[in-house]
Design a protein around this ligand. Structure first.
Ligand code: ATP
Ligand code: MG
Length: 215
């Protein structure tokens, strides 16, 4: 079953994707992670994306759709968690076509509901392992090894777009583009909602219930 996680930056999509992958049979397509890998590898897509991402803007739909198309093609038959895609109505419409082409479909769309006031603190305090992508927070989930990842020994860094100056633009993009995407799935009767102000373990339980994965 394919699942879309949709929610504001910092709402916890990445954390829940990791839980779902560890515990259930999913693979994660985080378009943000894919773009950061492209930047690190200095590909043409990475070079185009870097300036936009660092300013909190969206990468153009055609670039994103092409990336997702080839990912889906390469992972035929697997259950994919879409984390951070679609973010616009055009991306949502195209995702349906891409999945159909691969004899697949969307199972559920899960909206991560959270008070926007909480997001700035979550994002500015977030630190990410440059090596394995593990997510920490300086207050709520610090690494016991300081600036080093507990899991893999990689270095923990702040993402350039998690700086205070950029977060406002990311939140604007979310309400401008992703708000209508959420409405699109409401109209199609595909949207389920989770309250993302709780503990991550409790949010996972709610998601498992929605997906029929509870035991
Ligand atoms: P968080 O990681 O906290 O969930 P986020 O969802 O904003 O926050 P990413 O998904 O990592 O973060 O995305 C980071 C940036 O990558 C975005 O601000 C945007 O520039 C670009 N990006 C990622 N996915 C898309 C997409 N589907 N369409 C356009 N741009 C995207
Ligand atoms: Mg993320």
């Amino acid at each position: 079953m394919n699942v879309i996680l949709i929610g504001a930056p910092g709402s916890g999509k990445g954390t829940q994707s990791r839980y779902l992958m560890d515990k259930h049979n999913f693979i994660q397509l985080s378009t943000g992670d894919l773009l950061r890998a492209a930047i690190a590898a200095k590909t043409a897509v990475g070079l185009e994306a870097k300036g936009l991402m660092d300013q909190g803007k969206l990468v153009p739909d055609d670039v994103m759709i092409k990336l997702v198309d080839s990912y889906v093609e390469q992972n035929k038959g697997k259950s994919i968690i879409f984390d951070g895609f679609p973010r616009t109505v055009a991306q949502a419409e195209n995702l349906e076509l891409v999945l159909k082409k691969n004899s697949s479909a969307i199972g559920k769309v899960i909206y991560f509901r959270i008070n926007p006031k909480l997001l700035v603190k979550r994002l500015t305090g977030r630190r990410t392992c440059v090596k394995c992508g593990e997510i920490y927070h300086i207050d709520s989930k610090p690494s016991s090894k300081g600036d080093i990842c507990e899991k893999c020994g990689g270095e923990l860094k702040q993402r350039p777009d998690d700086r205070k100056e950029v977060i406002g633009e990311r939140l604007d993009q979310f309400s401008k583009n992703t708000g209508p995407t959420i409405d699109y799935y409401i109209k199609k009767n595909m949207l389920a909602e989770v309250d993302c102000e709780k503990d991550p373990e409790l949010i996972l339980k709610d998601i498992e219930k929605i997906l029929g994965l509870s035991n």
